[in-house]
Design a protein around this ligand. Structure first.
Ligand code: FPP
Length: 229
């Protein structure tokens, strides 16, 4: 039984395109269904007694390489998602936070992100983090540059941890769906001692029942953090 309760969960949502292709649908349908799953998982996390943050990889710095139509769709979906979600965030006492470089997004979307962050900033049951135009290496580089700009000449691990965009410095559990077993430049600093779980389920088919099983699996693990206990 773990003596490290699950506080910070991270999820790489993969398999939207394959889910749609299996049904003869456009890839965008997979993203639409995937957004609904984000909503269900976030509600589960808000009700969970120990989970404090859940971070989803929604758009990586590499995702700009996708066809423009798909990228445009993802941007519109995100805008719609946040617009619809505000009520649920307030009802479930969830704070919303974006990490990544959102300056590349349209002014309207940047505004939506900022106003949702502002409106939910006092909510305490869960912080729902969306990684948007995010890359783990870029996040570390920005943190170091921020420290240099402040005049630091020698940098400690604690300095970097506190200069990162995430409100935590360690992820406890990282889940990736769809059978792929890669980290894809996600939260590189924060996953140093994370437990990993690779699910074969395509993200649009992922359920809170499966998440519950994964959380139980995590609770059975012994985390040693490099020690011998
Ligand atoms: C991977 O599926 C998923 C993404 C590119 C990002 C996840 C995006 C969403 C769940 C929807 C939009 C998000 C919000 C917050 C509204 P893939 O397209 O790489 O799947 P494939 O590997 O099967 O092609």
């Amino acid at each position: 039984m773990t003596d490290s309760p699950l506080r910070n969960l991270a999820i790489i949502m993969d398999g939207n395109g394959r889910w749609a292709a299996q049904r003869g649908l456009n890839r965008t349908k997979g993203h639409e269904k995937g957004a609904e799953v984000i909503r269900e998982v976030t509600t589960y996390c808000a009700k969970h007694p120990t989970i404090e943050t859940v971070t989803f990889y929604a758009f990586s710095t590499e995702n700009w390489k996708r066809p423009k139509l798909e990228v445009d769709f993802l941007m519109r979906l995100l805008d719609r998602y946040l617009q619809n979600e505000l009520e649920t965030y307030q009802k479930n006492n969830v704070r919303f936070l974006a990490i990544g470089d959102i300056n590349a997004f349209s002014k309207k979307l940047q505004e939506r992100i900022r106003t949702t962050e502002e409106a939910t900033k006092s909510n305490k049951d869960l912080t729902h983090v969306l990684a948007l135009n995010y890359g783990g290496r870029a996040e570390i580089v920005s943190a170091v540059n921020r420290l240099l700009a402040k005049g630091k000449t020698e940098i400690t691990e604690t300095d970097i941890s506190t200069a990162l965009q995430t409100p935590y410095s360690d992820i406890d559990l990282l889940i990736r769906t769809s059978g792929e077993e890669r980290v894809s430049n996600f939260l590189l600093w924060q996953i140093s001692y994370a437990e990993f779980y690779f699910s074969h389920t395509l993200w649009p088919d992922f359920t809170t029942e499966e998440l519950d099983e994964i959380v139980t699996d995590y609770e059975q693990r012994t985390r040693r953090f490099g020690g011998l206990k």
